[in-house]
Design a protein around this ligand. Sequence first.
Ligand SMILES: [Zn+2]
Ligand SMILES: [Zn+2]
Length: 280
Amino acid sequence: MKVTFWGTRGSIPSPGPHTVKVGGNTTCIEIETGQGHRIIIDSGTGIRPLGLKLIREKHTEPIILLFTHSHWDHLAGFTFFPPAYHPDFKLDVYGNPMALEVLRRDIFDRRDNRYFPVNMDDFRAVIKFYEPMPKPLIIGNLSIDTINLNHPGNGFGYRFDLDNKSFAFITDNEIGMNYPGGNTIEELREFCRDCDVLVHDAQYLPSEIVQHKGWGHSTYIEAIELAVKAKVNHLILTHHDPERDDDAAQALVEVARDYILSKGYSLFCELGIEGQSLVL
Ligand SMILES: [Zn+2]
Ligand SMILES: [Zn+2]
């Protein structure tokens, strides 16, 4: 399983000379199973360069699109995803029900130009929505499970299990806050149990979270404690705050590593960086 980060920024794109290392595009993750299946999580603005790559590669096998939730930083790139306009592509869409509802209402069923100049009748790909999402969703040998997020409006976190390797992607999740229909810390821990790699939201510093309680995000300390309790050895922090330039992001991961050392934990922690791939 190969995982590539096409966007790891939270809330709003943040391009510019001070974010070139971590990247400015919002959430988009590509997973290649190595068995002919390709999964994309979210259509943040990172989906545009991914789509250009798929067109260049003439990649036309069916693509599974998974949506975490309906917030705009996770949907905004869809109308700039070139395969959606290409008749050779087939897109199978799954995900959190509210995300699919917003996609239908604000993108697919829209027939005017108030928000975007191109009429959605111009989508030429074969696009199918699948609701509700099977639990688990089985794609070949890949099993995809979901957990409800602690986030305003809710959402899904995802876990991928393939050939004894496992990867969890959980963003826009406020660990320890009780949202109606969200997760408990015990459920979250069991969901992530023994994953090879956990990607988790760490948008805020402990000093910042006080002003952002109820916004649906976590700190590096909360993500680290989750990883350790779930017996995960590799944690990747994502949904970087738009104010967090490259220097500040580097400082964040360094204090996270200091925290891990001070606790005597055995955990590798790094930043999710646009353009980075890992093979499990
Ligand atoms: Zn977000
Ligand atoms: Zn959100």
